[in-house]
Design a protein around this ligand. Structure first.
Ligand SMILES: [Zn+2]
Length: 414
C-alpha cells in the first residue's frame, strides 16, 4: 500500500513537471525528510565581523566597479544600452504569511500567465513565518514563483528592526532561509531575496548577514528621489547615492549583496508611495478604469524613460478587499503580456539580466527559466506550543512536524 502511495506521488510530481513543460531532471525528486540544512552545520561563507568595524564605502569608481559583480548606484542603463533596446522588467511582489485565504487570490490572478516571449510570468513572495502554511509555499514554488524572506517573527515595532544587530538579523533572516527550505521542501539556493519588515532598514547589519550567508539581494530600500528616471539595481562595494527614507541605511563597503531599489510610485498629487497600497491620493477604490490608468501612468514613467525595473509591490488584502483594484491589476498584467519588450519576472531574474545585460531581442530568444518541482507530503501539525508566547499553533508543512512551534533561536522547532 505504501509503495502504491509513493508511486502515485511520483506520478503526480512528474505530471506537474511535464504539464508545465519545465521538467528538469532533479538528483532526487522524491521527498527527503532529513533536514539537510541543519542551522548548526550552516557555516557562513566568510568569518563574521563586527559591522561597526567595516570600512566606509567610498565614492563609486566606474572604472573599478564593473559587472557582473559590482555596479555603482546610478540611473544609467546596464551595458550602456539604449532605452529602446532594453527589456522593461516588471516585478510583482507580495509580502507576509501565505495562507489558505490569500492563496485563492494568487491562484486566480497569477497562475498560468505568460509573457509575450512565451515564458511564464513571475512574482516574488516575501514570506514571513508566523501563520504561514508551508504546503502552500511549496505550491507557489512548484508554479515557478520566487520565494524570498520577510523574517521569522515580523516583530513590532519597526524600531526593533532599525536597531537590530548582526545576530538578530542572522536569527530572523539567515535562519529563516533554512526554515522555509525545510518546511516547504524547496531548494535553499532558490531563496535569494530579503525584505525587512515594514521596509525598515537595519544599517549595515542586514547586508553583512546577506554577504556572509549567500543571500543575493535586498528589496527593502525605497527611493523617492530617483523616480524619474528610476534607479537600477546596484551593489554596495562603494557608497550608495540613494536617498535614505527609512534610516539607518548601510554606509559600509559590503561586496556581494545587491540592492534592488523600490522605486516609488507617484500618487495623484505627486507624492511618492512605495507600496501600491500605501499611496495616499489614489483613485476611487471602486473605479476600475481610474485605477488602470493610475497603474499604467506609473508604469509609463519607467517604460518611456530609462526602463528601470517597474515594481508593483502590494499586499494581497488590498486586492481582495477592492475588486475594482484587482480587476485593474489583471488588466495591467494583460497589457504587459501583450508588449513585446516588457516582461513580468521573478525579482532574481532582473539581477541575472543586470549582471549580464543583453539587448531585448537577444533576451526574448533566450530559453525560459527552469525549475524542478519538489514533492510535498503534507502534514498538519498541532497543537504546538509557542515557546516565545502563550499561543497554541497549527500549521501545515512538507516535512516531519516539529516538537514546538518554530521561532527565532529555534527555527526548526526542535
Ligand atoms: Zn511584511
Amino acid at each position: 500500500m505504501r509503495s502504491l502511495v509513493l508511486l502515485f506521488y511520483l506520478f503526480l510530481g512528474l505530471t506537474i513537471a511535464v504539464v508545465q513543460g519545465q521538467f528538469v531532471p532533479s538528483p532526487d525528486p522524491l521527498f527527503t525528510p532529513d533536514p539537510v540544512t541543519e542551522p548548526s552545520t550552516e557555516e557562513p561563507t566568510t568569518p563574521e565581523r563586527d559591522p561597526n568595524e567595516l570600512p566606509l564605502g567610498e565614492e563609486c569608481n566606474e572604472e573599478l566597479c564593473k559587472l557582473p559583480d559590482c555596479r555603482c548606484s546610478t540611473t544609467d542603463i546596464p551595458g550602456g544600452l539604449l532605452p529602446r533596446n532594453t527589456p522593461q522588467f516588471v516585478t510583482i511582489t507580495f509580502d507576509d504569511a501565505i495562507n489558505v485565504r490569500n492563496i485563492e487570490t494568487y491562484r486566480s490572478i497569477l497562475y498560468g500567465r505568460k509573457n509575450s516571449n512565451g515564458c511564464p510570468s513571475g512574482a516574488t513572495f516575501f514570506v514571513s513565518h508566523e501563520y504561514t502554511d508551508y504546503v502552500l509555499v511549496n505550491e507557489l514554488y512548484n508554479h515557478g514563483y520566487e520565494i524570498a524572506l520577510n523574517s521569522i517573527s515580523h516583530r513590532t515595532p519597526p524600531d526593533y528592526w532599525a536597531t537590530a544587530n548582526y545576530d538578530v538579523i542572522k536569527e530572523e533572516i539567515a535562519d529563516q532561509r533554512i526554515q522555509i527550505a525545510h518546511f516547504a521542501n524547496i531548494s535553499t539556493e532558490s531563496v535569494k531575496g530579503v525584505r525587512l519588515p515594514f521596509l525598515q532598514l537595519a544599517g549595515n547589519a542586514s547586508f553583512q548577514v546577506m554577504a556572509d550567508y549567500g543571500l543575493e539581494y535586498d528589496s527593502s530600500w525605497p527611493t523617492s528621489a530617483y523616480r524619474d528616471p528610476g534607479l537600477w539595481p546596484y551593489t554596495l562595494d562603494y557608497a550608495s547615492t540613494q536617498d535614505c527614507t527609512m534610516p539607518p541605511c548601510p554606509t559600509a563597503s559590503i561586496p556581494k549583496p545587491w540592492v534592488q531599489p523600490l522605486v516609488s510610485w507617484t500618487d495623484l498629487q505627486g507624492l511618492p508611495c512605495v507600496m501600491a497600497d500605501s499611496c495616499h491620493f489614489t483613485p476611487d477604490l471602486e473605479d476600475e478604469e481610474a485605477w488602470y490608468k493610475f497603474i499604467v501612468g506609473n508604469f509609463e514613467r519607467h517604460y518611456f524613460s530609462n526602463r528601470a525595473p517597474f515594481g508593483f509591490h502590494i499586499h494581497e488584502w488590498y486586492l481582495s478587499s477592492n475588486p475594482a483594484v484587482q480587476a485593474a491589476f489583471v488588466r495591467f498584467m494583460n497589457l504587459i503580456s501583450n508588449l513585446p519588450d516588457a516582461f513580468v519576472v521573478n525579482s532574481s531574474e532582473v539581477l541575472e539580466w543586470v549582471k549580464n545585460p543583453v539587448p531585448v531581442d537577444v533576451y526574448r530568444a533566450k530559453p525560459c527559466r527552469q525549475w524542478s518541482p519538489r514533492i510535498c507530503f503534507s502534514r498538519d501539525c498541532g497543537p504546538l506550543a509557542g515557546e516565545h508566547n502563550e499561543m497554541i499553533y497549527w500549521f501545515n508543512v512538507c516535512n516531519v512536524c516539529p516538537r514546538v512551534y518554530p521561532w527565532t533561536g529555534n527555527p526548526l522547532g526542535r
